[in-house]
Design a protein around this ligand. Structure first.
Ligand code: ARG
Length: 716
């Protein structure tokens, strides 16, 4: 009995070990030291050197940050072919779209290099190497130093490290702090700037499910798009030029046609943006009651207005598609995060950690002196207060609510130039503005922006403490009897900033008088003046909490000596490993780990904004024309879930099997674990991936772009 119980226990612990999600976004250069053993035990056949090496090419050379880390992408051919999510190329796809060439609706495929579309401003960044430079960075720092001195010592040391780093040609060096400034790492990076759009499926595949399915599983989205990295003929990074050539990367990922099954090893390499896993209970409360609540209120109002406009015409839909998706994504995120934080009692769990920390800190006089008051400082700084609420509403409802204020703020340097007499300065500033008009007004609807101003100003007035009401609101009260819509209407009739023609006439003959009188410009200045007051007050209540945060993390690491810690995400390259698996979202319900094209056809609704589908997909489904992309079970798998630990910025990341082959692209997180950026949920948290065979099938069978498949290296 005893023995069999023990045997059972052993079996269970093995199963558990395998089934347990693996929390952590690890630094690739430390994988050999911290992770490779465990990775091997769950099916990874690669060595640490094959993943990250500075001596020869390795997986890390195929993984790039897109647009400085807003997404991730991977190289999949020796001619610089790049794979990422549809939602990571969405801005470009939208910008290239017009009523005549509606790439959002119809997709786009370059059948030859000459057809690929350039995207000024888009960048791809390679990690050349990384290095722990903590010792050098903290060399001049002592324990008794005040924080200001400490910061300036570190700043000097970091400048020296960056100067002496001797990066490879065309590379740049960045030193970044990790673990709340307890550690410092140096990164050598190389950025390419000629990135061309190669292909995208229609939205009805690439964004299938739309806002309804966003942040949800089960999913049937073919969330991918393709670009190509170009360089100068000598292989160096270069701005766009006709003479540029496809870039040959050090390494590119082979693609597996084998698919994945339950418990298969997977790892994800990429550029996770931000996590706050070491934050305290009051900070979590502040995120819920202030940050998320304000975002939900402000964006709900704004999105409602945009949605109405988008339904009016094809042109309107194209114009606002990208703006809507961007705003709506984190609107829904905040709703889900608040629900998750509350359902999973994250505040309670954080309080538990804090209780243990305090107990440990108070065990010796030395620890008590160093760590004893750390939590009080952080938690006091995050008591909800009127300045914090004002700060969030200022950003969400005023400065980044309507577009007209951030757009008019772009005239600040022209305004400064107009104050002087330097003609050249004036004309340089005016020409810079003129250059941006076309792109801006192509996707701008003044009537919509006007409605947003009226609605969001009203919300601000209703929600924010009188101390933080900008001066302009007084005028609205006296001149417009507090009618924000009437005020907005007048502003849009008068301002130069809502109309391309007026802007052009103004720039032909710029004058400071026009700006001084312009209603949008005047309002914008009033908003920024008030933001200054808010930030000043915020500084007082928040104090300097950097030190307390640093000590809290240092204490946690000291307290749990045997545990490996990983730093919070900060848009530097990370690796997370785990296995393919489904989950139990709620009582009596189990979600399988994969979806198929059958589910796509089941969800499809002709003409629906979120679930419209191309007839061709259904035709191919009916004839089961899956070719080499079919699973062993005869179906076409569309998406799958794994327990990899990812967050925003990981979008587009390669999902790699134990042999180092591409099996999917990560594209989302799941509704039941939206609190995951703050506390990892080992039972619930999933990485939602598009199956690479669905991607290839779409390119090959749906779009007929076999030229692209030929470039890739397929593994059977
Ligand atoms: N939630 C995903 C992310 O943040 C996808 C967002 C794009 N899709 C959308 N329906 N807005 O990466």
């Amino acid at each position: 009995m005893k023995n069999s119980l023990l045997a059972l226990f052993v079996i269970f612990s093995v199963i558990n070990f395998n089934a347990k999600a693996d929390e952590g976004m690890w630094l690739p250069s430390l994988v050999g030291k911290l992770n490779i053993q465990k990775m091997s035990s769950i099916g990874c056949k690669l060595t640490a050197e094959q993943i990250y090496s500075i001596n020869h090419s390795s997986l890390k050379d195929a993984v790039v940050a897109l647009d400085h880390g807003s997404c991730t992408a991977e190289l999949i051919s020796e001619d610089g072919l790049l794979l990422t999510n549809h939602h990571c190329g969405f801005g470009e796809i939208q910008e290239h779209s017009s009523v005549e060439h509606d790439y959002l609706r119809d997709g786009f495929w370059a059948m030859k290099h000459e057809d690929e579309l350039p995207n000024p401003g888009k960048t791809v960044t390679f990690l050349i190497r990384m290095e722990d430079v903590t010792e050098q960075a903290l060399k001049e720092v002592t324990d008794d130093m005040d924080d200001q001195t400490r910061s300036s010592k570190i700043r000097e040391a970091v400048a020296k490290i960056e100067k002496e780093a001797k990066p490879e040609a065309d590379c740049e060096v960045r030193v970044r702090s990790l673990f709340e400034s307890n550690k410092y790492f140096l990164f050598v990076l190389q950025s390419f700037k000629d990135i061309r759009l190669v292909g995208t499926p229609p939205q009805s595949i690439g964004k299938f499910g739309g806002e309804t399915d966003n942040w949800m599983w089960p999913r049937h989205t073919g969330d991918f798009s393709m670009f190509r990295v170009y360089c100068a003929p000598d292989g160096k990074p270069a701005e766009y030029s006709k003479n540029n050539v496809p870039f040959h990367p050090k390494y590119f990922l082979p693609i597996s046609l084998k698919g994945v099954t339950k418990n298969d090893f997977t790892m994800v390499m990429g550029y996770p943006g931000t996590t706050t896993r070491y934050r305290t209970s009051n900070e979590v409360k502040n995120t819920m009651d202030v940050v998320n609540d304000v975002r939900i209120v402000a964006r709900e109002a704004k999105l409602g207005i945009i949605k109405e406009f988008m339904a009016t015409s094809q042109k309107a839909r194209i114009q606002y598609a990208s703006k809507f998706a961007r705003s709506s994504n984190y609107y829904k995120y905040s709703i889900g995060q608040n629900k998750g934080l509350s359902d999973l009692d994250v505040i309670g769990r954080k309080q538990g950690i804090e209780k243990n920390f305090l107990k440990w800190a108070n065990e010796t006089p030395e620890r008590k002196a160093k760590y004893g008051s750390v939590l009080d400082s952080i938690n006091a700084a995050f008591e909800t207060s009127v300045d914090k609420i004002a700060d969030e509403y200022m950003k969400e409802a005023l400065l980044h609510g309507a577009e007209i204020f951030s757009f008019s703020a772009k005239s600040a340097s022209l305004y400064a130039a107009l104050k002087g007499t330097d003609k050249e300065k004036i004309s340089t500033a005016a020409e810079a503005l003129r250059g941006s008009l076309g792109e801006y007004f192509k996707d701008y609807d003044a009537g919509t922006d006007m409605k947003i101003v009226g609605k969001l100003f009203k919300i601000y007035a209703d929600k924010v403490s009188p101390r933080y009401i900008p001066g302009i609101f007084q005028e609205i009260k006296s001149k417009y009897k507090g009618d924000f819509d009437a005020y907005a209407k007048r502003m849009f009739e008068k301002t130069i900033f809502a109309d391309q023609g007026r802007m052009e006439s103004f720039l032909n003959k710029p004058s400071i008088k026009v700006l001084d009188k312009d209603m949008a410009f005047v309002a914008m200045r009033s908003l920024y003046e008030m933001q200054y007051v808010i930030l000043h007050d915020l500084g007082k209540t928040k104090g300097n909490i950097d030190k307390a945060r640093r000590l809290f993390v240092a204490g946690l690491i000291e307290m749990n000596k045997d545990k490996s810690y990983y730093p919070d995400a900060n848009s530097t390259m990370r690796l997370t490993y785990g296995i393919v698996d489904g989950y139990e979202p709620k009582d009596a319900t189990y979600y399988d780990y994969f979806t198929t094209l059958k589910g796509y056809t089941e969800k499809g609704i002709k003409g629906d904004v979120d679930f419209d589908f191309p007839q061709r997909v259904v035709d191919l489904y009916n004839t089961k024309d899956y070719g080499q992309y079919a699973d062993r079970d005869g179906t076409l798998h569309t998406c799958f879930t794994s327990n990899n630990d990812i967050t925003g910025g990981n979008s587009g990341s390669p999902v790699i099997n134990g042999d180092g082959e591409l099996v999917g692209i990560a594209f989302d997180g799941n509704w039941e674990a939206m609190s995951g950026d703050i506390a990892f949920e080992s039972r619930l948290q999933k990485c939602i991936c598009v199956d690479i065979r669905f991607v290839l099938w779409t390119i090959d069978k749906y779009a007929g772009a076999g030229n692209l498949i030929k470039e890739m290296k397929l593994a059977r």
